[in-house]
Write a protein that binds this ligand. Structure first.
Ligand code: GLN
Ligand code: ZN
Length: 757
């Protein structure tokens, strides 16, 4: 059985691309040095895949920042505000990704959004009425040629035309349908070019096909490919879908002139049923996504072979594939030197998944698969009893009743009590929690990990940082303070480290956006809280100021969504176990004099199923209660905040209100505060702090700009319900831009306050 993967992580085994790019941004290396670092990673990955025996190796899965942004540049969909700066091609690209503030001008970055149901983020292309989509770049061709020169005829990977048009934001009056001709012509030109280069396969990534599709969507999809596919020449075209099943367009996919169809048999709940019910075209190759591209657990060969066996009845030709790009898993286990073998043997990162694919292909071709050594080893591994069971926690979860999820008294009553207690000015200012993680903190953490810095010395440094942070916020004039989160490497990993049931990796980095990577902890066993996790830092910070100090926690849904979850118990069960632990921390903070507690649910929207019909049952019905349980035990006068990244929650706005927090802060600035109308229409009850400036970019927002944002907010939301804050935590920012930004924020709030009274 032939094998392939959808894409390989591009950040490098040791995040080499991140470090090189950041050096380039700081002006420490030249563009040639950056290009060389990138090429090294590409060739390393190429050779690794070649050596693993993979038949079809992807190319153009590399990106300096993001694959959708690459596609926008490839298709000439680049807003003029970036090209007008007159920067080099690569710098124009980075400007669209990160914004620019310098001698040539001041422009904001493109919007950034979550990539389907993952923790990866893509840059949202902007298409204006005068955008002329055409083939304007060479990256897929250059990378195909580069690989060919290194001995491999690869399968170029390009975001498909339907997905591209669906992901873009239309600034003018035109919509996707108006760009069919241009876009189809550009993709035809791509195919012509690949023909000339001698490519045998091209993979068009079409994950948007797994979302709910309207009749119009299906029309758009077919119209595009009816125009493109006649021009494919000798190149075989693979329509690659992932993150779900294609129940709305399976028939069209089968009848269009694709040569291969890639289906996801891991997340695609109905993929197998679709093939069973409709068959699979004899003249096409089925790319069967059976190796999970998102989790880190070893594949269960017996179940995989069962799927493959059944598929063989329908498809004449099958290529064994991952369920999605391996972008979403860490690179290699080679650098995990500390984890015990008893854990590691259950893991498979990208490199190990290559080995699994090779093994599976060999087993699938064997006369008696179950008799092969590889199969036996795999079966033995999966039959082992796993450690980490905690019956007390399981019993507590089982005993929860409806009343446990309800905070009393009701919101309106609490709001009155809290207004009287805190007596905050109109438009109170605050931040989301973290302050710049400066070099001293990071190096102290490394030194502590290596045992070069004692725990008391490390803790002294954290206290010093907290004290400085509190002083700084008082100087700036913020109303509700934070301690700065200096003790945390990461908002999830930190809690994972404090909780029993979690295990940790050293180098399991996964790209989140651009040069930002996260290292998700691993849920191994049942979760419980061994001891207080944040109380001492919050209490210390509160002791330094008369202003309210927010306790700062991460919520159960986000902790779970940003971890590698278990697969042997349900997500709901894991979420409730974590909720139990975080609730204990909330109550401890309250008992120790902390009056405001923020429970971040940054990633709440993230794992919302892609199809609306799955939302409730598969997710919201346990995710929202898990959050509610965390705070349902606090006193009426304790104010509960929550924070969510990304304002794309218009469609679950009621559920967000139903989390029953007292205040919610969220990202809004990058999406032009469009969420405000939705809040207004839905009579949103929770007090809100829509972020007034974008912290993902180093640009300093002016006071006027922030005043304008508050102005827009005021038009739609009662002033008494409004908070003023940046759109997310400041940990990735430098102090140099943070201080002026926050000063502008506070001054803007004060001026609007004065104008209001
Ligand atoms: N409290 C966290 C911080 O400020 C929230 C981060 C996030 O939402 N991603 O860092
Ligand atoms: Zn955030």
């Amino acid at each position: 059985m032939k094998t392939t993967i959808i894409g390989y992580p591009r950040i490098g085994n040791l995040r080499e691309l991140k470090f090189a790019s950041e050096k380039y941004f700081r002006g420490e290396i030249t563009v040639a040095e950056l290009e060389a670092a990138a090429k090294e990673i590409r060739l390393f990955n190429l050779n690794l895949q070649k050596d693993s025996g993979l038949d079809l190796i992807p190319s153009n899965d590399f990106s300096f920042y993001d694959g959708v942004l690459d596609t926008a540049f490839l298709l000439n969909a680049v807003p003029e505000r970036y090209t007008a700066l007159g920067l080099s091609k690569l710098d124009t690209y980075f400007t669209a990704a990160r914004g620019y503030q310098g001698e040539k001008g001041d422009v904001k970055a493109l919007a950034m959004k979550k990539w389907y149901n993952t923790n990866y983020h893509y840059m949202v292309p902007e298409i204006d009425d005068d955008t002329e989509i055409s083939l304007a770049g060479t990256k897929p061709f250059d990378l195909f040629t580069e690989a060919k020169e290194n001995g491999v005829k690869t399968k170029p990977v390009i975001i498909g035309t339907y997905t591209f048009l669906k992901l873009a934001r239309y600034k003018g009056s035109k919509t996707a349908a108006d760009f069919v001709e241009q876009t189809a012509a550009a993709y035809s030109a791509i195919l012509a070019k690949l023909n000339a280069l001698g490519a045998e396969w091209v993979q068009f990534d079409e994950p948007s096909l797994v979302k709910d599709m309207t009749a119009e969507d299906i029309q758009l999809f077919t119209a595009l490919y009816e125009k493109i596919l006649p021009n494919k020449g000798g190149v075989r075209v693979l329509a690659q879908t992932y993150f779900g099943d294609v129940r709305d367009c399976y028939k069209e996919l089968c009848s269009l002139d694709f040569d291969g169809i890639g289906l996801d048999f891991i997340e695609g709940k109905q993929s197998l049923a679709l093939v069973r019910a409709n068959g699979f075209p004899k003249d096409k190759t089925l790319f069967a996504g059976v190796v999970n591209g998102k989790n880190i657990w070893r594949n269960h060969y017996a179940s995989t072979l069962e799927i493959l066996d059944e598929l063989k009845q329908y498809a004449g030709s099958i290529v064994l594939n991952t369920s999605c790009s391996l972008l979403h898993v860490p690179c290699t286990l080679r650098n995990e030197t500390k984890l015990a073998e008893s854990y590691i043997k259950h893991f498979a990162y990208a490199e190990e998944k290559l080995a699994e694919i090779a093994e599976l292909s060999a087993i699938a071709d064997a006369a008696d698969p179950a008799e092969t050594d590889a199969f036996r080893r795999n079966a033995a591994l999966h039959s082992e009893q796993r450690s980490g069971r905690n019956d007390a926690v399981r019993a507590k979860v089982a005993a929860l009743t409806d009343a446990d999820f309800v905070r009393l008294p009701a919101f309106a009553e609490r709001e009155k009590i809290q207004k009287a207690r805190f007596d905050l000015p109109l438009f109170p200012t605050t931040t989301i929690g973290s302050f710049p993680q400066t070099a001293d903190v990071k190096s102290a953490r490394t030194a502590r990990r290596k045992g070069e810095l004692s725990v008391p010395d490390y803790e002294k440094l954290i206290e010093k940082k907290i004290a400085e942070c509190v002083r700084l916020q008082e100087e700036i004039g913020l109303d509700v303070l934070v301690h700065g989160e200096f003790e945390r490497n990461d908002m999830v990993e930190y809690f994972g480290e404090c909780l029993d049931g979690y295990i940790f990796t050293e180098k399991a980095w996964v790209q989140s956006y651009g040069t930002r990577c996260v290292k998700p902890p691993v849920v191994w066993g049942d979760i419980s809280r061994a001891k207080p996790m944040t109380v001492r830092w919050s209490v210390y910070a509160q002791s330094l100021t008369d202003k309210p100090m927010k306790g700062m926690l991460t919520g159960p849904v986000t902790i779970l969504n940003w971890s590698f979850p278990r697969e042997d118990i349900s997500l709901k069960e894991s979420a409730l176990q974590i909720a139990l632990a975080i609730r204990e921390e909330v109550l401890d903070l309250e008992a120790n004099g902390i009056k405001i507690i923020q429970v971040d649910e940054a990633a709440l929207r993230e794992k919302l199923p892609l199809r609306k019909s799955d939302w409730r049952e598969d997710y919201l019905d346990w995710a929202i209660p898990a959050f509610r349980y965390v705070h349902s035990g606090v006193k009426p006068e304790t104010q509960i905040h929550t924070h969510m990244c990304y304002s794309e929650f218009a469609d679950i706005i009621r559920d967000i209100d139903d989390m029953d927090a007292d205040v919610i802060t969220f990202e809004a600035s990058r999406s032009d505060l469009t969420i405000l109308d939705v809040l207004k229409e839905n009579n949103f009850r929770t007090e809100v702090g829509p972020g007034v400036y974008d912290i993902h970019s180093p640009r300093v927002p002016s006071k006027e700009e922030i005043k304008a944002a508050i102005g827009k907010m005021k038009e739609r939301i009662p002033a008494e319900k409004l908070w003023v804050n940046p759109d997310c935590g400041l940990k990735t920012r430098g102090t140099e831009e943070t201080v002026p930004s926050l000063k502008n924020l506070v001054n803007a709030a004060i001026e609007v306050r004065n104008e209001n009274s």
